[in-house]
Design a protein around this ligand. Sequence first.
Ligand code: DQA
Length: 147
Amino acid sequence: METKQILVIHGPNLNMLGTREPETYGRQSLADINAALEKAARAKNTDIQIFQSNHEGQIVETIQHAQGVFDALIINPAAYTHTSVAIRDAILLLSVPVIEIHLSNIYKREAFRHKSMITDVATGQICGLGTHGYLLALEAAINLIRK
Ligand code: DQA
């Protein structure tokens, strides 16, 4: 069986995890999250590629190039979740499972975070479970691919 490829995209300011608002996002750095994802993916014989950007256009282009290359997308669009029609439209180009993930529970926070441009074009959403949510997203993506 061919190894499945999963793309993980982290949006703006997630490169600052560890020191950024730790009471909301926890103390793990992005490198810690990525290492945990890579370890979990290896254990499941899955390849993951991880990309972080603070730039909307770079995220859009990365999603555009994912079609035909990756079997699933896990994305934390961060602040772009609430604003980006462009990222939403790029996701609509994909025919593979897409998991939206947030460290915090966006529905318990400021009203402007309650609206996601992504949720209704994603396969599913995980939020509020901290860094462990990424591992749940990976598990969900692998399950969806194998279905
Ligand atoms: C976030 C939630 C967003 O509202 C926020 O802008 C982020 C991170 C999360 O993971 O909880 O940057 O996506």
